[in-house]
Design a protein around this ligand. Structure first.
Ligand code: 2HG
Ligand code: ZN
Length: 470
C-alpha cells in the first residue's frame, strides 16, 4: 500500500486545492460511467499546471506507483477506473481548463486537457469558428479524455475523429519529462509522428496536458431532417446520394431503428414520434454550409423527393426551428439513456465498411437471436462512418441476470462475425479494461507486439494506467 510519506509528498506537489482524499470526495472517481467496474484509491490528484503533472509522474515513476488519468469519466470501457486494491493514484486534469490561444485566421486553438468539450466548442463559436467534435456527453467529457480515447461521435462523417482534429500535443511522459509538440502547423514533416502515439492510448503512454486543435468555418445554414427509410440498405444508397449531391456537406447520418423511437418516446420526457405512421428504420441527417449557400434546404427537399421515387426513402420531416432541430436530435441522442432505463443491455461498438453494414445487421441479428431468442436488438448509430452500436436489450419477461449471463456468448458471436467482415470490435469506445482480451484475440499479433514494445519503451515501470488496453 502507499505510504503516508509518499502521499504527503504528492500533497506537497499540488498544494491544498490539488487533491481529494476523503472517501466521499473520492467515491465518484472509483466507479465507471456504466457501473461495470468498482475500484479504490487513496487519493485523487488535481494539479493545475503541466509542471505539477510532471512532478507527480516523476514521483510515481521513482516509487513505481500506478497513475490512472481521468477526464469526465464518461467512457464505456472502464478505462479510467483504478484497480480495486487501492494501490493506484487517480489523476484528474479538471483544473487545467484554460484556453491558451485561439487563432481564427489559422483556424486553430490551443486548449488544456481539462477543458470540457462544450467549453471548447463555445470558445470556437466565440470567434465564429467551429470545433466539430460532438458527442452525447459533451457537457461533461473533457478534451484530454476525447484525445486519449480518440473520441468519435456524430460529426465524424464530415470532420473525422478526434485524431483528425489534432495538430499538436503537450504530453508529460511517464518519467516526468515534458514532450513539447504543441505546434499549430498543418504541415510538419520532421520524422516520426509521435503525436499519434498518445491519441487513443487511453493514458497508457503518458498524460496529455494540452492540444493544438483544428477549427473550421461555422455552418450557419443548417438543414436537419428525420427520414423514414425502408431498410439499412436503402439508407446506404440515400447516404451516397446525399454525399455526392451536396459535395460532402453531410455532417451527420445516423441510423435509428423503430425500437429506438419506441424506447425514447416511452422513457424520455418531452419526446414524440415525428411521424403519424410507424416505420421500421430512420436516419437523422444534417447538412451545413456557409451563409451564402441559401438553396441548401431546396436542394435537400429535391434530393429527398428523388430518393423517395427511387425507394431509398419513404417519408421525411425537416426541422423548421432550433427547437425542432433539438427535438429531432433528442430522438437519436437519448437512445443510450432510454436503453438503460428500459433494463439490462449487452453492447457492441463495431465498425465495418458502410457498404457491408446492411448485410451485417441481418446476419448479426440472426446470430444474436439464436443465443438470446427473447433479446430485443437495438442497432443504431453512425451509419455514415460504418459504426454501429449493435446492442441487445433484455425482454421484460426474462430476469436481467439470466439475460446478462448470455453476454460472453453474444460478444463472441458478434465479434467473430465482425472479424469475418474485416471490421473492428471497438470503433469509437476504445479498449479500457473491458476489451483487453478482445484486443489480443482479434488484433494482428504483430500490431499487438509493436504496441507492447512501445509501451515498454515509454513506460518501463508500467506506471501509466496499469491494466488498461494491454
Ligand atoms: C452513442 O453513439 C454512444 O450514442 C453510446 O456512442 C452508444 O450506448 C451506446 O451503445
Ligand atoms: Zn456512438
Amino acid at each position: 500500500m502507499l505510504s503516508a510519506a509518499f502521499l504527503d509528498h504528492l500533497r506537497s506537489i499540488v498544494g491544498p486545492q490539488g487533491y481529494l482524499d476523503r472517501p466521499d470526495d473520492v467515491a465518484p472517481y472509483v466507479v465507471d460511467h456504466r457501473k461495470l467496474y468498482h475500484g479504490a484509491t487513496p487519493m485523487v490528484l488535481r494539479p493545475d499546471s503541466t509542471a505539477q503533472v510532471s512532478a507527480i509522474l516523476r514521483a510515481c515513476h521513482e516509487a513505481r506507483v500506478g497513475v490512472v488519468p481521468v477526464g469526465g469519466n464518461t467512457g464505456y470501457c472502464g478505462g479510467a477506473t483504478p484497480s480495486a486494491d487501492g494501490s493506484q493514484i487517480v489523476l484528474s486534469l479538471a483544473r487545467m481548463r484554460r484556453v491558451r490561444a485561439v487563432d481564427p485566421h489559422n483556424y486553430t486553438m490551443i486548449a488544456e486537457a481539462g477543458c470540457v468539450l462544450a467549453d471548447v466548442q463555445a470558445a470556437a463559436a466565440a470567434v465564429d469558428r467551429l470545433f466539430p467534435l460532438s458527442l452525447g456527453s459533451e457537457g461533461s467529457c473533457q478534451l484530454g479524455g476525447n484525445l486519449s480515447t480518440n473520441a468519435g461521435g456524430t460529426a465524424v462523417l464530415r470532420y473525422g475523429m478526434m485524431r483528425d482534429l489534432v495538430l499538436g500535443l503537450e504530453v508529460v511522459l511517464p518519467d516526468g519529462r515534458v514532450l513539447d509538440a504543441l505546434k499549430s502547423l498543418r504541415k510538419d514533416n520532421t520524422g516520426y509522428d509521435l503525436r499519434d502515439l498518445f491519441i487513443g492510448a487511453e493514458g497508457t503512454l503518458g498524460v496529455i496536458t494540452a492540444a493544438a486543435i483544428k477549427l473550421f468555418s461555422r455552418p450557419v445554414n443548417i438543414v436537419t431532417a428525420f427520414v423514414a427509410v425502408p431498410d439499412p440498405q436503402a439508407a446506404v444508397a440515400l447516404l451516397s446520394r446525399l454525399r455526392s449531391s451536396t459535395g460532402d456537406l453531410i455532417s451527420t447520418f445516423e441510423l435509428v431503428p423503430r425500437i429506438g423511437i419506441d424506447l425514447v418516446t416511452q422513457h424520455i420526457p418531452q419526446t414524440s414520434d415525428p411521424f403519424d405512421e410507424r416505420y421500421d428504420w430512420y436516419v437523422l441527417v444534417e447538412v451545413g454550409a456557409g451563409k451564402h449557400v441559401t438553396s441548401l434546404r431546396d436542394a435537400m427537399e429535391n434530393e429527398l423527393a428523388s430518393a423517395i421515387e427511387a425507394s431509398e426513402a419513404i417519408n421525411a420531416v425537416f426541422a423548421e426551428s432550433e427547437a425542432q432541430r433539438e427535438a429531432l436530435w433528442r430522438l437519436r441522442e437519448t437512445i443510450p439513456e432510454a436503453q438503460r432505463l428500459d433494463g439490462a443491455s449487452i453492447k457492441h461498438d463495431i465498425s465495418i465498411t458502410t457498404t457491408k453494414l446492411p448485410r451485417f445487421i441481418v446476419e448479426g441479428s440472426a446470430a444474436i437471436l439464436e443465443i438470446a431468442p427473447r433479446g430485443r436488438i437495438v442497432a443504431y448509430g453512425h451509419l455514415g462512418d460504418g459504426n454501429l452500436h449493435f446492442n441487445v436489450n433484455q425482454s421484460h419477461d426474462q430476469p436481467a441476470d439470466e439475460f446478462l449471463a448470455l453476454a460472453p456468448r453474444i460478444h463472441r458471436a458478434v465479434h467473430d462475425l465482425v472479424a469475418r467482415y474485416s471490421g473492428s470490435f471497438s470503433a469509437e469506445h476504445g479498449i479500457g479494461q473491458l476489451k483487453r482480451d478482445e484486443l489480443v484475440r482479434y488484433k494482428d499479433p504483430v500490431a499487438v507486439e509493436l504496441m507492447r514494445s512501445i509501451k515498454r519503451t515509454l513506460d518501463p515501470h508500467g506506471i501509466m494506467n496499469p491494466g488498461k488496453v494491454l
